[in-house]
Write a protein that binds this ligand. Structure first.
Ligand code: B12
Ligand code: SF4
Length: 453
């Protein structure tokens, strides 16, 4: 069968709700679709992947591409902010190609399957991870699934058995991480080595998952494949918590060191999952940058959102990572439940005290399905226009704020106070080593100014 998998259109300025940010990059291959494509190809199906954001395709371009390929099925990925795009695309596909069957999945479909099915009128919505059920649905649709509108996928228990993502179906040269997220462009490629996060943070769409991890051997094999096929020089691990299993991290670093793999890498984790010896070894194995969700500088707010950590653990974690020579990127959230402008200023002060290499100040967005979403009316007012669910517009106004303008102004203040410090600017300039560094820093500065003004 012929299957086209589509990542719906969303421009960078739409993603950041900010026209001043410019096209700074931050495009990563749609891994979920590439895993699906690999499973389908392995079974002999013909697959195309259409990543609209990176190609700047509109919904009309998608229709044109469908006309050229004439697939039996079109599958679409939906995060919450894209759900209305999926609805619009489905309407156009139905109008132009009534014979094509439509499949929808991804994080929003998983959280709101009924709403996704009603709104998109897809032939079938599959929730959760889909690799174990996808072939059955596509191949036996008429016999087994025609009467169903929603099928429940399940977490894949042994993720080592999955084929590698079908990156050959996209133009890998088009992808670049955000400027603070790579140093050996154009060869930074992203990977995931785990699935599911067992923590319970109330705002997070990944919470309460079953943690699974690939074997070190399996991950090293993918890195070698990327080096050989694409000349990859850098890997960005987008796992929710890369260092949950310290034993695994040691083994992974030992493998990189003993095999002499020349690879720079970065990853995400929690600051209470940092051990001094572990980060030292990570640095030795090529890790240069780590991203942490710090969220707030107020203990009561961290408790409210069930972050299950404290300010001291955060301070220590930052100290260990910096001492190992690894750059720190900290993500802070403004407008969390229980926050007032005064408490937001504590968060900004905490960010300045920790002094990470980069800080991101996003605006709390209560995604459907999260604990925060379910209890939101206790904490403030929610405007449920999913088109704005991208973490950069105030969709939720906590009781402590007068209005959305006050919250948006707080975000600008945070960016200004953090980035426009002479100490910070001097440090960034002193780290410039090459023409590439200059390019990256200029792009980053433009982005920051977009948020600060
Ligand atoms: C890498 C990443 C990004 C990257 C790359 C996005 C991309 N092109 O895929 C970047 C940085 C660009 C990004 C941006 C955003 N992201 Co993001 N991102 C992630 C992250 C960390 C990993 C995604 C991933 O690759 N997972 C691995 C693959 C294998 O899993 P998967 O994508 O979920 O796919 C599986 C299933 O969902 C399903 N599936 C997926 N697509 C489809 C399609 C069909 C037809 C079917 C049947 C099934 C199906 O099957 C797949 C295989 O089992 C996740 C968190 C996470 N742990 O998943 C957040 C996450 C997906 N992002 C999120 C958000 C909010 C965003 C932004 C809106 C934030 C922002 N303003 O920057 C933007 C949206 C941009 C966009 N166009 O999507 C949220 C989504 C929550 C929600 N309900 O919407 C998540 C869940 C983070 C979180 N915990 O809150 N993101
Ligand atoms: S915020 Fe991080 S630790 Fe908390 S549930 Fe989400 S991914 Fe897990």
């Amino acid at each position: 069968m012929k299957i086209m998998l589509v990542f719906p259109p969303l421009t960078v300025s739409e993603r950041y709700a900010n026209k001043n940010v410019g096209d700074v990059g931050g495009y990563l291959p749609p891994l979920g679709l590439l895993y699906m494509a690999a499973v389908l190809e392995q079974a002999g199906h013909e697959v195309r992947v259409l990543d609209c954001p990176v190609n700047k395709f509109t919904s009309d371009d998608v229709i044109k591409k469908i006309g050229e390929f004439r697939p039996d099925w079109v599958g679409m990925a939906a995060v919450t902010v894209l759900i209305n795009r999926v609805v619009e695309l489905n309407e156009k596909i139905r109008e132009n190609f009534p014979e094509v069957k439509i499949l929808v999945g991804g994080p929003h479909a998983t959280i709101c399957p009924q709403e996704t099915s009603d709104k998109t009128k897809a032939d079938i919505v599959i929730t959760n991870e889909v690799e174990d059920i996808l072939l059955d649905v596509i191949e036996n649709y008429d016999k087994k699934y025609k009467k169903k509108k929603i099928v429940e996928g399940k977490p894949v228990l042994n993720i080592d058995k999955l084929p590698m993502p079908a990156r050959h179906l996209i133009d890998m040269k088009l992808y670049t991480s955000l400027p603070n997220n790579y140093k050996r462009d154009p060869y930074a490629v992203h990977m995931v080595t785990t699935r599911g996060c067992p923590y319970t943070c109330t705002f997070c769409a990944s919470a309460n998952g079953i943690f699974r991890q690939r074997s070190v051997e399996n991950v090293i094999a993918e890195i070698k494949h990327l080096q050989k096929t694409y000349g990859t020089k850098e890997i960005v691990f987008w796992d929710d918590i890369f260092t949950l299993n310290k034993h695994w991290v040691h083994k992974f670093c030992d493998a990189i060191i003993s095999e002499g793999l020349d690879i720079a890498w970065s990853c995400e984790s929690r600051l209470d999952l940092i051990a001094e010896d572990m980060v030292k070894k990570m640095a030795k194995a090529g890790c240069w940058n780590m991203f942490f969700g710090i969220e707030s500088g107020n203990q009561d707010i961290l408790d409210n959102i069930k972050k299950r950590t404290n300010l001291e653990l955060i301070r220590n974690g930052v100290k260990y990572v910096k001492a190992a020579g690894i750059e720190v990127r900290g993500s802070f959230m403004l407008g969390l439940p229980g926050e007032t402008p005064e408490k937001a200023r504590n968060t900004i002060k905490f960010a300045i005290e920790l002094d990470p290499d980069y800080a991101q100040f996003s605006i709390t967005t209560p995604y459907p399905g999260t604990e925060l979403y379910k209890t939101i009316n206790e904490w403030g007012i929610l405007n449920e226009n999913f088109d704005n669910f991208h973490n950069w517009s105030p969709v939720f106004i906590p009781k402590g704020y007068k209005n959305s303008e006050e919250l948006q102004a707080m975000q600008r203040e945070a960016f200004r106070r953090f980035y426009l410090r002479p100490k910070y600017i001097i440090r960034r300039i002193s780290k410039i080593r090459s023409a590439d560094d200059i390019k990256r820093n200029l792009k980053g500065a433009r982005m920051v100014m977009g948020f600060a003004t």
